[in-house]
Ligand binder design. Structure first.
Ligand code: A3P
Length: 294
């Protein structure tokens, strides 16, 4: 039933208590046994943290700011999504055929990342976004993405987010998991809000992590090419070629707003209060400097 998911929403299964889409769960062994190589770069995020943005920055750095080279293929072809099915062959099988060095996207929480990435001491770039903007972005995405389980109304969706019932489980565990390991593994931890506030500085951090050195004018160009307004118009990076049967653009576009603080337009004061209370409990003892407004 290769095509059975197309245009119809999946249900969740679980791997080690984490909700993942059923086809991924059914093929979990392939993901778990994925053979990473030492020069693989993993871009990891909780959904809607700015994955695509990070991917475009990385690809431009690796290609010395050459925009044409980065338009060689769509984002998900250039940097495949490890645990996404859709077919056979699974992305993991496509990845086996990809030349090195490979850049791979994942939304898996750190405990589900295939062990071979750690055995090979692979570099990981983790991008995190504040919880309130993440859930708003995720809500629009789950409404428009007809592969994801039905999100239901906003208030119920917010409850599911807070209780780890969305794809990839708890946001809180996800961001904390990579944060905890960032000193012992080769993890560069980025924040969406820092990237918005000062994109050029963050591009430089990524460049240094990748052990690249580029002249100032190329860094400027990469910063400009990865601005929201430029990426929104780039068909190779804005998911505009995904068919309407999968991404329902009458609901939302993939490149939706790209702002910090849009949650203010969606949370009621009471929702915000309850969310903050719960957040304090879930995040107690951690020091990740998230900001919900700039
Ligand atoms: P919004 O829904 O808030 O607009 P991901 O790639 O992880 O799925 O994240 C998608 C979110 O990142 C969307 O957020 C999208 O608009 C935003 N985004 C994508 N590219 C961006 C960029 N260049 N600058 C700022 N935000 C960007």
């Amino acid at each position: 039933n290769v095509k059975s998911w197309e245009g119809s929403r999946c249900s969740f299964g679980q791997v080690k208590g984490v909700p993942l889409l059923e086809p991924t769960v059914q093929n979990w062994e392939l993901v778990e046994n994925f053979r990473a190589q030492p020069d693989d770069l993993l871009i990891a995020t909780y959904p809607k943290a700015g994955t695509t943005w990070t991917q475009e920055i990385v690809d431009l750095i690796l290609n010395d700011g050459d925009a044409e080279k980065c338009r060689r293929a769509l984002t998900h072809k250039r940097m495949p999504f490890l645990e996404m099915f859709p077919v056979p062959p699974l992305k993991v099988c496509q990845l086996d055929k990809m030349p090195s060095p490979r850049v791979i996207k994942t939304h898996l929480p750190i405990q589900l990342v295939p062990q071979s990435f750690w055995d090979n001491n692979c570099k990981v770039i983790y991008m995190a976004r504040n919880a309130k903007d993440s859930v708003v972005s995720y809500f629009y995405f789950d409404r428009m993405n007809r592969i994801q389980p039905d999100p239901g109304p906003w208030d119920q969706y917010l409850h599911k987010f807070m209780h780890g019932q969305l794809f990839c489980g708890y946001w809180y565990d996800h961001v904390k998991g990579y944060w905890r390991e960032k000193e012992t593994k080769r993890i560069l931890y980025l924040l969406y809000e820092d990237m918005k506030e000062n994109p050029r500085d963050e591009v430089i951090r990524v460049m240094r992590f990748l052990e690249h050195s580029l002249p100032d004018d190329i860094i400027d160009r990469i910063t400009e090419l990865t601005s929201f307004s430029t990426m929104k118009e780039n068909p190779m990076a804005n998911y505009s070629t995904i068919p309407d049967s999968v991404f329902d653009r009458s609901v939302s576009t993939f490149m939706r707003k790209g702002e910090v603080g849009d949650w203010l337009n969606h949370f009621s004061p009471e929702e915000s209060r309850l969310f903050d209370e719960h957040y304090e409990k879930m995040m107690s003892g951690t020091s990740i400097p998230f900001r919900t407004q700039l």
